[in-house]
Design a protein. Structure first.
Lengths: 160, 270, 385
C-alpha cells in the first residue's frame, strides 16, 4: 500500500515516488575532507608529542642576592601568575598618563613602576623565566619591541 | 634643584681623569640605582610649570654636541648615519628623511625664521642654537591628537604615550617648530649604545623630547641640562626663586614663533 | 540584488580581474610596509604626509559630490536626476571606502586604530573626521541599497530612508569641511592656514566629483543597456562648469592675498610650487599645468556647444579631474610641508612601493564601484525592460 498524506484541500493523495539520491556526493565528501583536514591541521602533526610543562627559573643574581624571606615580588605569586599583564597595564597608565610611578605592595614595600628596571631588575633572565610560560601558551606580548630586558647585560657580567 | 657644586666637581673631575663621556660618568655618580628601583626611594622633582632657559652666550658648539649626545644616549635615539651593521648604511637623503631628533642645533635663520635681517652681527651669524620641543603651554599638537597619545601634564610637560600612539602624524603637521620625529624604520639597528634603563621605540610611533620626565621622577635633572655645564637652566617658572626665573628676570629672552600663541616654554638668551 | 554583481559579460569579468590583480599587488606591497615601516614611502621627517593622505583628501571631495545629484532631486524635485542619484550615491560609497583605506594605509600603527574610539577626543578634528567619514559611508550604503531595492519592486522608499537622505545632504558638506579643517587650523603651516581652505575644497570637490560621474555615466551608456540620460549629463556639466570657475576664482583670491601682502612666510610656499626656490622645483611644471588646465577647462565649459558635444565634454571632464587631482592630490600636501617650519626645503616624491600601494587602494575603490554599479545598472535595466 502506497504512503498516503493529507494535502491542503483535505483530500488524500499518494506521495510521489522520488528516487533517493545523494547529488554531488563526490564533491561533498572531498569538501568535508579538506575542511576537516584544515580544521585539525594544527593538532594532527603534534599527536602523541609530549611538551614539558613550563619551568620558569628564578635563579638570577639579583634574586639570589636577597635573603630568602625577602624574595617577594611586588604582589604575591598566585596574583602575579594570573594578573601580571593587568598589573603592567595599570602601571603604565599610572606612570605615563598620571605621572604616578610609585607602587606600594601589600607588604607596605615601595616599588618604582618600571618594567625594565623593577621587574627585569630581579627577573633578569627573560628567556628562562618569561619566555618559558609565554612560549608554552603561544603568547607573544609585544612589550619587548620597545622595552629592553636585562638578559644580555647580566650575561655579559654587568652589575645588577 | 639639580646638581650641586660638589657633585658637579666630582663629575668634572671624573670625566677629565677618565676621559669619559658625560653619560657614563653620570652613572658612576648614581650608585644604588638598582637598589633604589627596588626600594622605591625616589624623590621626584616637581614643578607647577617646567621651563628651560638656553643661554646661548654660554653655550659653545662642543657643549651643544655633548647635550645632544647625552640625550641620544639616555633615550636610545637612533643615529641613522651610524648603523650597527655596516651593510645597512643609508644614503644621505634617506638619513635626512628618517632622522630622529629630540634635541639638535640649527643656525639663527632656521631657529627664528622670518625674524632675520640682511645684516646680522658676527656672533649670531655663526651661533648654533639648541632646538628641542618647546613644551608649549598651549600646544597645538595636543589639540590635534585623536587619541590623547600626546597630552599636556599638570606640570606643563607635553608628554607622549607610546603605547597609545596610532602613528597618524597629525601632531607632526601641527607642530610649528618641527620638534617631532616619526619612526619610519626600525630604530634598533641604528642604536650603537643601548641604554637598558629606557625603552627604544617601534616603527609607527611619533617621538620627541619629554623634558626627561622619567629622570625628574627619580630626582634627576634632564640629561641635556646636566651635560650643558650650566648653559641650560631648567626649573619651575612659577617659583620666583628658581634658576629659570632668575635668568628671565635678569636677561632679555626670545622664544621661537611666540606670535603663533602656542606659548613655548624654552627661552633663549642670545 | 547582489547576485547581479556575480554575472556579467566577459568584459565585466576581465575588468574585475584586472582590478583585483592591481589590488592584490598593492596589498603585497602593503604587507612589506607593515613589516619594515612607512620608510618605504617617500615621506620623511619634514614631509610627514604624502601621497596617501593627499589621495584621501581628493577622494573625500569626490565622495561629497554625491550631494550634487541628491540635493536637486530630493530637495528641489528635479525629477531628471532620479535616474542618476543611485550612481552618485554608489560613487560616494566607493570614494569613502578608498578614503578610509588610504587613512588606514597611512597609519603607523593600524593595529591601534580602535584607540580612536576607545579614547575619544572631541577637541581633535581627526576624531570627527573618522566619525563623519564612517557615518557617511553607512548613510550612503543604507540609502543607496534601499532606494534601489524599492525601485526594483516598484514601491516608494519608506519614510526613514527619506530622513536619512535629508541628513546625508548636510553630512556630505560636513565631511569635506571637516577634512579641510584638518589642515586649516594648524598654526605652523601657513599654506593651509586660510579660511578659504574649506570653500576651496568644496569647490574643487563639486568640480571633480561630478566630472567623474559624467565620465562614468558615459561609460555606463556605452557598455550597458541603461542610459543615464542626456539631460542629466548636461545638468551635471553645468554644475562642473561653475564649480571649476569658482575653484579657479578662489585660487586667484589666495594669490592676491598672499602676493599683495608680500608676507614672506605666506609667499614662500606658492613660490616653491610655481617657481621653485633655491633650485628646488620638482612640482613647478605640474602646478602650472594644473592651474592653466583648470582655468582653460572652466572657460571652455562655459560655451554650451562644448558641453552639448559629449566628446568634448568628456575630454574637459577628464581635464578637470586631472587638474584638480594635481592641485589637491600633489600640490596641497607638498605646499604645506615645503619649506618646513625651520625654513628648510626637503622635497617629496612618492616611491614606487608607495605608488603601487596607492594604486592598489584606487583599484579597490574601483572594484567596489564596478560591483555596485553592476548591481544598480542591472536593476535599472530590469525595471525598464
Amino acid at each position: 500500500m502506497a504512503d498516503k498524506y493529507q494535502n491542503e484541500f483535505g483530500g488524500f493523495a499518494e506521495k510521489p515516488k522520488v528516487p533517493k539520491k545523494f547529488y554531488d556526493l563526490k564533491y561533498i565528501l572531498l569538501g568535508l575532507v579538506i575542511f576537516f583536514g584544515l580544521v585539525f591541521s594544527p593538532i594532527l602533526p603534534n599527536l602523541g608529542k609530549i611538551v614539558a610543562a613550563p619551568s620558569p627559573n628564578l635563579d638570577t643574581p639579583a634574586i639570589l642576592k636577597l635573603a630568602k624571606k625577602d624574595r617577594q615580588c611586588v604582589m604575591p605569586t598566585p596574583y602575579m601568575r594570573t594578573y601580571h599583564m593587568q598589573l603592567l597595564i595599570d602601571w603604565r597608565e599610572a606612570a605615563i598618563r598620571h605621572g604616578n610611578r610609585e607602587f606600594i605592595s601589600p607588604t607596605g614595600k615601595k616599588f618604582v613602576a618600571n618594567l625594565s628596571d623593577t621587574c627585569m631588575g630581579c627577573h633578569s633572565n627573560k628567556s628562562k623565566f618569561c619566555d618559558q610560560c609565554h612560549n608554552f601558551a603561544a603568547v607573544t606580548p609585544n612589550c619587548w619591541g620597545c622595552h629592553l630586558d636585562k638578559e644580555q647585560k647580566v650575561a655579559k657580567g654587568g652589575a645588577k | 634643584m639639580g646638581m650641586d657644586r660638589r657633585d658637579f666637581i666630582k663629575l668634572a673631575g671624573l670625566s677629565t681623569l677618565l676621559g669619559l663621556g658625560s653619560n657614563s660618568a653620570l652613572e658612576l655618580l648614581r650608585p644604588g640605582q638598582a637598589a633604589a628601583a627596588l626600594e622605591g626611594e625616589a624623590k621626584p622633582l616637581t614643578a607647577k610649570r617646567w621651563a628651560m632657559v638656553v643661554n646661548m652666550r654660554q653655550l659653545d658648539g662642543e657643549t651643544a654636541q655633548k647635550c645632544i649626545a647625552a640625550c641620544d644616549r639616555v633615550h636610545n635615539v637612533p643615529d641613522f648615519g651610524n648603523p650597527i651593521a655596516p651593510a645597512m648604511k643609508l644614503s644621505a637623503a634617506d638619513k635626512a628623511r628618517w632622522e630622529i631628533k629630540w634635541i639638535w642645533t640649527a643656525p639663527y635663520e632656521n631657529t627664528f625664521p622670518g625674524d632675520t635681517q640682511e645684516y646680522v652681527d658676527e656672533k649670531v651669524k655663526d651661533l648654533k642654537f639648541l632646538l628641542l620641543c618647546n613644551h608649549c603651554d598651549n600646544p597645538p599638537c595636543v589639540r590635534v591628537c585623536p587619541t590623547k597619545a600626546t597630552f599636556r601634564q599638570e606640570d606643563g610637560i607635553v608628554m607622549m604615550d607610546m603605547h597609545r600612539c596610532i602613528g597618524c602624524r597629525f601632531c607632526m603637521a601641527a607642530c610649528p617648530f618641527g620638534a617631532r620625529s616619526f619612526n619610519w624604520k626600525d630604530p634598533r639597528p641604528y642604536i650603537k649604545e643601548v641604554n637598558p634603563d629606557y625603552p627604544t621605540r617601534e616603527i609607527g610611533v611619533v617621538e620627541k623630547c619629554l623634558f626627561c620626565s622619567e629622570r625628574l621622577a627619580i630626582g634627576l635633572m634632564p640629561a641635556c641640562v646636566v651635560a650643558s655645564q650650566g648653559a641650560l637652566a631648567f626649573g619651575d617658572l612659577r617659583d620666583p626663586k628658581s634658576k629659570v626665573r632668575e635668568l628671565l628676570d635678569a636677561n632679555f629672552t626670545i622664544r621661537r614663533k611666540p606670535f603663533l600663541g602656542t606659548n613655548p616654554q624654552v627661552y633663549y638668551i642670545v | 540584488m547582489l547576485e547581479n554583481a556575480f554575472t556579467g559579460t566577459k568584459r565585466y569579468y576581465g575588468l574585475i580581474a584586472i582590478l583585483s590583480g592591481l589590488f592584490a599587488l598593492g596589498f603585497l606591497f602593503y604587507l612589506k610596509q607593515l613589516s619594515t615601516g612607512l620608510g618605504i614611502t617617500g615621506m620623511g621627517r619634514d614631509v610627514s604626509w604624502g601621497l596617501y593622505i593627499a589621495q584621501f583628501t581628493y577622494l573625500v571631495g569626490v565622495a561629497a559630490s554625491a550631494v550634487m545629484v541628491v540635493l536637486p532631486y530630493y530637495l528641489h524635485d528635479y525629477k531628471a536626476f532620479g535616474r542618476v542619484t543611485i550612481l552618485g550615491e554608489f560613487l560616494a560609497v566607493a570614494a569613502v571606502t578608498m578614503c578610509v583605506t588610504f587613512v588606514l594605509v597611512d597609519m603607523g600603527r593600524p593595529d591601534r586604530v580602535l584607540n580612536v574610539f576607545k579614547y575619544p577626543t572631541p577637541g581633535s578634528v581627526m576624531f570627527w573626521d573618522i566619525l563623519v567619514l564612517n557615518g557617511y559611508l553607512l548613510l550612503n550604503i543604507l540609502i543607496g541599497w534601499n532606494v534601489l531595492e524599492c525601485e526594483r519592486h516598484d514601491v516608494p522608499p519608506p519614510h526613514w530612508v527619506k530622513t536619512l537622505i535629508y541628513i546625508s545632504i548636510p553630512w556630505a558638506v560636513s565631511i569635506h569641511t571637516v577634512t579641510a579643517f584638518l589642515y586649516a587650523g594648524l598654526p605652523g603651516r601657513s599654506y593651509w592656514l586660510t579660511a578659504l581652505m574649506a570653500p576651496r575644497f568644496l569647490a574643487s570637490a563639486f568640480a571633480a566629483g561630478p566630472s567623474l560621474l559624467v565620465l562614468l555615466c558615459l561609460l555606463v551608456r556605452k557598455y550597458t543597456k541603461f542610459d543615464p540620460g542626456r539631460e542629466q549629463i548636461q545638468s551635471l556639466a553645468k554644475i562642473i562648469t561653475y564649480a571649476t570657475l569658482i575653484n579657479v576664482f578662489f585660487f586667484f583670491c589666495e594669490i592676491f592675498t598672499v602676493f599683495y601682502s608680500q608676507i614672506p612666510e605666506e609667499m614662500i610656499h606658492f613660490k616653491y610650487l610655481f617657481w621653485g626656490v633655491d633650485g628646488f622645483g620638482r612640482l613647478v611644471p605640474l602646478m602650472w599645468f594644473s592651474i592653466v588646465g583648470m582655468t582653460l577647462a572652466g572657460l571652455l565649459l562655459v560655451n554650451p556647444n562644448n558641453r552639448r558635444n559629449e566628446n568634448t565634454l568628456a575630454a574637459l571632464c577628464g581635464l578637470v579631474i586631472i587638474t584638480t587631482w594635481i592641485d589637491k592630490g600633489l600640490g596641497l600636501m607638498t605646499g604645506g610641508f615645503v619649506p618646513n617650519p625651520l625654513d628648510k626645503i626637503t622635497e617629496y616624491w612618492p616611491t614606487l612601493p608607495e605608488a603601487l600601494i596607492a594604486l592598489g587602494v584606487w583599484a579597490l575603490g574601483f572594484l567596489v564601484l564596478t560591483l555596485l554599479y553592476k548591481v544598480a545598472v542591472s536593476i535599472k535595466e530590469e525595471v525598464r525592460a
